[in-house]
Design a protein. Structure first.
Length: 394
């Protein structure tokens, strides 16, 4: 099924909005440029001009704008508001060129809780603020500095291409350092092979992930229930994204769309041809045999806003690694985002209240923030350095 909107050639400029963020098109219809931070959700084909995220989210503040404000940014390729637990390999790196080069721009990982790695190669820095620190279950390689509030424990090889700060006891097989080692005055240091110089000083690690200042995602979805472009394309809000008896193929042009849920016991393919916001009021659920693919035409973008939770039982492909950064997923649920099939997200995933659970290969070309992360499938996380700046756009 192909949905098309004849009115999508009517384009509105975000830059033309009044200072109160509310303008009007030629027909007098209120236009907020499709931005949820500009007096509500989109609708009536708002926001077809412009580009970039619908919502200002991230794991913290980016560099200050010209007016002194600090926009939200994704500074880490993975940021966990609680523990980050992996029973398989974790590999992080980075691509593209940041406008603002920082220590964190090489695929850094942050956890407000503990980090439980089995075999991890972190391209950038590793910051762990939880009191239980890093109980290792395999070798750990860190491409930048290590900041660890708790223990660093396990009879494995640890390599840090920078400085290391450890607030708890340090008991490892070996520790290779490019910089200096600092531990608390009361910390036990037991390194089986070698003994690098140790500086004793207070170690205080600030939690790296800001998980409390984001938007009210369920409220934004609820507002879109009555203000959307469904009528223009004939999208049924209750049945439009259910592949109950056969595969479903839908093309969405520029606009703002709302559905009660996405349910896929059979494959669903969404083709996005413009700047699209898709709001899902319930859960996004796919079953085994229900692969979910989102394909973007040249210049197209998708902001996928889910009020509740997510559970996938098959392949998930959101966007393309050849053109990353054009898919943004925002989840407002307090349960889990469960990925049971191989998953590729070419953009960002923001779920500050939900647990990310993976049981197959989970690959991201962008960044992820979640309340907690539990991975039993390989994590392959590639940081898009362009995310480090945030946005200073109005």
């Amino acid at each position: 099924m192909t949905l098309a909107a004849s009115g999508c050639d009517r384009r509105f400029s975000i830059g033309a909005l009044r200072s109160d963020s509310v303008g009007s098109d030629e027909g007098g219809t209120p236009n907020d440029g499709g931005r949820a931070d500009a007096s509500g959700t989109g609708g009536n084909n708002a926001g077809c001009d412009g580009s970039g995220p619908l919502l200002s989210v991230g794991d913290g503040a980016g560099p200050a704008c010209g007016d002194g404000t600090a926009p939200r940014a994704f500074r880490y390729v993975a940021c966990s508001c609680d523990d980050l637990n992996s029973s398989t390999s974790v590999i992080t790196d980075a691509f593209e060129t940041a406008r603002q080069t920082t220590e964190l721009s090489e695929g850094s990982v942050g956890s407000n809780g503990a980090f439980y790695p089995v075999d991890a190669v972190i391209g950038g820095a590793l910051t762990v603020a939880g009191s239980n620190g890093i109980p290792t279950r395999g070798p750990l390689t860190i491409g930048g500095d290590l900041r660890d509030q708790g223990q660093l424990d396990g009879q494995y090889d640890i390599s840090v291409n920078g400085d290391a700060e450890v607030g708890g006891d340090l008991r490892v097989k070996s520790l290779s350092l490019a910089g200096t080692l600092t531990v608390n005055s009361s910390s036990v240091v037991d390194i089986s092979e070698g003994s690098p110089p140790v500086t004793r000083s207070a170690v205080q690690v600030t939690p790296p992930c800001d998980c409390d200042t984001g938007p009210d995602i369920p409220a934004l979805v609820l507002a879109a229930r009555t203000r959307n472009d469904n009528a223009a394309v004939g999208l049924d809000p209750s049945e439009g994204l259910k592949a109950l008896s056969a595969p479903l193929e839908i093309t969405l042009p520029c606009g703002s769309y709302y559905v009660d849920e996405l349910y896929a016991p059979n494959p669903i393919t969404l083709t996005i041809t413009g700047r699209v916001t898709l709001y899902i009021n319930g859960d996004l659920v796919t079953e085994a045999g229900g692969a979910l693919r989102v394909q973007l035409a040249p210049g197209a973008e998708l902001d996928l806003v889910i009020a509740n939770n997510l559970s996938t039982g098959d392949l998930v492909e959101l966007g393309s690694a050849a053109t990353p950064g054009r898919v943004r997923v925002y989840a407002g649920g307090t349960g889990s985002l469960s990925f049971a099939g191989n998953t590729t997200i070419s953009g960002t995933l923001y779920a500050p209240k939900a647990e990310l659970v993976t049981s197959a290969v989970f690959e991201v070309f962008g960044a992820v923030l979640a309340r907690r992360m539990s991975a039993s499938g390989a994590l392959k996380l590639h940081y898009d350095r362009r995310l480090a700046d945030g946005s200073c756009s109005p």
